[in-house]
Design a protein. Sequence first.
Length: 235
Amino acid sequence: MKFSTRFIDILVSVRVSLVTAMLLLVVVFPGCSDSRPQHEEPTPEEARGSAHPALKAPIPAPAAAAPAAGGEPAASPWKPGEAFVVMGLKVKAPEGWLRQKPANRMRKAQFKLPHAENDTFDGELTVIPAFGGMDANLQRWKQQFKEVPEPLINKRKVAGMEVSIVQLDGTYMYKARPMDPAEAAQPRPDYRVLAAVVQAPGGQVFFKSFGPRATMEKWQEAFTDMVDSFAPAQE
C-alpha cells in the first residue's frame, strides 16, 4: 500500500510540473499559440490619419521639367558678373544672354541670344574646345553658307592670350543637328557667324555664335565685352 501511495504521489507531482511548464510557455511566448501572421494594431493617429503624413507617404517623383517652345533646351537668365570656366579660361557671359543645357557632349557651354525686334529666330553661342585647329574650322564654317563668304578676321591679345575674332555673312544653311548627314539644311538668308578663337591655358577654345544679322548686331557689343573678360582662371 505504501508503494502504491508513493507512486500516485509521483504521478500527481509530474502532472503538476507539466501543467506549470505549459503555463510558463504560454506566458513567455504568447504569439506561439497562433500560427497566423501577427499585425500591429493601428495607433489612434494612424486610424484617423497620421499627424505627420509626409513621414508615412512615399516621396513623390519630381515632376518632369516642361520643354521650351519648339523643343529647344530650356533657358535661364545669366546673372550680371556671373562667370564660368572652360579649359583654364574664366569667362563672363553678358547680361541678357540665356544659358541652356548643352545639346551635346562636345559643347562646354551654350547660350541663347534673344532675337532682335523684327527677327524670327534667336541667335546661339556655343563654347567648344578646338578640334583640328583654326584653319580647318574656318573652312568648315565657310562651308555652312550657301555661297562661301570671305571672312573678316581680327587678331588681338587679351590678358596675354592670342584671340582671333572671325565674322562671316551670307545665307546660312541651318541644321538643328549639324553633324547629322541625313538632315536637310534650311537656307536662312542674311545671317552672320561671329566667333572668337582663344589660346586658353588648357588649349584652344572656340566661342561660335550665329543668328540673323540684326540679332547679331544687337549683341555685337556684348560679344566684345565677353571677349574682353577672358582671363586665366585662378588655380
